[in-house]
Design a protein around this ligand. Sequence first.
Ligand code: NAD
Length: 269
Amino acid sequence: MDTNGGGTTGKLDGRVIVITGAARGQGEQEARLFAAEGAGVLLGDVLDEQGAAVAREIGEDRARYVRLDVSREEDWEAAVAAAKAAFGRVDGLVNNAGILRFNELTATPLAEFQELVQVNQVGTFLGIKALAPELAAAGGGTIVNTSSYTGLTGMAYVGAYAATKAAVVGLTRVAALELAAKNIRVNAMCPGAVDTPMAHPGLLDPAGMSDEARAAMAELYRRVVPLGRVGRPEEIARLALFLTSDDSSYVTGQPFVIDGGWTAGVSPF
Ligand code: NAD
């Protein structure tokens, strides 16, 4: 598969990266691209069969799967141990796992709000906490958190989700400040709409979408996104690669919007 639009360049040779939520969607593409760029990747997820299958496809020399529910501190300890057992060290993390729920804010049950906080916000915090000492021991490293355009601007009916994604931006800035002295860079990605199962609420298998639903979504994004389409998970993976590789050696503490221009402003076109 051509994952980086022009062959591989070994940008992550010798690096070992933990990627959460890597069984499908953006995390899967990040794992495939990072391995193609020379990294050893530890894929974590709660979708065990899918995650293990992706790791098998990438190959045992480059990829391993481990069950990693990002909201459980003990799972993080096990994941760090698994990465070190498989590859001897770990010097990078992509906090990609996340969940989305649609609801009017005032109708959102407390349990639903807390579930989103637990996975998206606490999960990101636990990842930083578990990996930072390892990265420091390796002489430095990178952490890429996955926020969202909703972490920087508002969107109706995703109040709990937007709150957690704004929190991820806050965590990113503070972690970057506190970890810079240990040569650890921390950045966040803020994707717009990306063509993954998450972007098809209620239709978790995008291949199972009706032609009409697919056409309606394509028309919506053609109108509201200046570049005229939804993003591809491979495109988000390339930003994650930039933020993980030495190409971004002077970049830390920043949120990066990747949304086809959706949030650039209002346009009559
Ligand atoms: P996705 O639903 O396809 O993938 C999310 C992955 O996270 C899944 O494999 C899922 O099993 C895993 N996951 C969920 N809960 C978990 C947990 N507790 N522990 C470990 N893994 C868990 O969606 P995606 O689009 O690939 O999402 C990746 C990230 O991008 C998420 O953080 C999401 O919020 C963010 N994002 C997505 C979009 C979009 O439009 N798709 C836009 C902006 C941001």
